[in-house]
Ligand binder design. Structure first.
Ligand code: GSH
Length: 213
């Protein structure tokens, strides 16, 4: 019998959320161990021993330690029973991996940090926004949304015929982006992507992992 996995991190983090979504979609019971990466002086040394780059999440299962969300969610999909979250065929799997890379390389820095943080989170904390970064990100956002719209085509899910790790990786990022004033008209230009987002945000796994506040 396999032990209960541990996920280290904070519930607001898009990467912790993606990992939790995979656990919820698989129906895996787990413990979330709180880690404050933004604590003064940085995360504790015990956490840096798990994740030397000081990012969240980190993961442990039956003594096996892992970090990097794409590796964690693939492990969750492959190590546990439950619905398959990756296509079986090489092309379908490659597409899912491509979308996870797009999320890490472009969606996270541009839609989350460049737009949500600059336009929503910093003003809410009374901090000055970096307008240059915000403007540059707003001009890059349509490229990202066009690419996602192209990948979803007229389908229901980003990575194939069923929900996959691609949807779970991208959704927490779109969730933050969707809180920025410019996001909704941008999303509305893409009917299938908008429908995907409406479907994703209502999903039980998304509702159960919503950070408080
Ligand atoms: N490549 C890492 C990225 C994780 C990441 O950037 N997590 C953010 C929170 S969403 C973090 O820990 N930020 C802390 C920092 O930048 O110091 C992964 O895939 O797990």
């Amino acid at each position: 019998m396999m032990g209960k996995p541990l996920l280290y991190g904070a519930s607001y983090s898009v990467y912790v959320l993606a990992s939790r979504l995979a656990l919820h979609e698989k129906g895996v019971d787990y413990d979330l161990v709180p880690v404050d990466v933004f604590a003064e002086g940085g995360p504790p040394a015990s956490y840096l021993a798990r994740q030397p780059f000081g990012r969240i999440p980190a993961f442990e299962h039956d003594g096996f330690q892992l970090y990097e969300t794409g590796a964690i969610t693939r492990y969750i999909d492959e190590a546990f029973d439950g619905p398959q979250l990756q296509p079986a065929d090489p092309q379908g799997r490659a597409r899912v991996n491509q979308i996870i890379s797009i999320a890490d390389g472009y969606i996270y820095p541009v839609l989350v940090w460049g737009i949500y943080v600059e336009q929503v989170s910093k003003p809410a904390r009374g901090e000055q926004s970096d307008m240059k970064r915000l403007q540059a990100s707003l001009s890059k956002a349509p490229i990202i949304l066009d690419a996602l719209a192209d990948l979803i085509g007229d389908g229901a899910w980003l990575g194939g015929e069923n929900i996959t790790l691609a949807d779970l990786h991208v959704a927490p990022m779109i969730d933050y982006f969707s809180r920025a004033p410019e996001s909704l008209p941008m999303l509305a230009r893409h009917a299938h992507l908008s429908k995907w987002w409406s479907r994703m945000r209502e999903r039980a796994s998304m509702r159960r992992t919503q950070p408080a506040g």
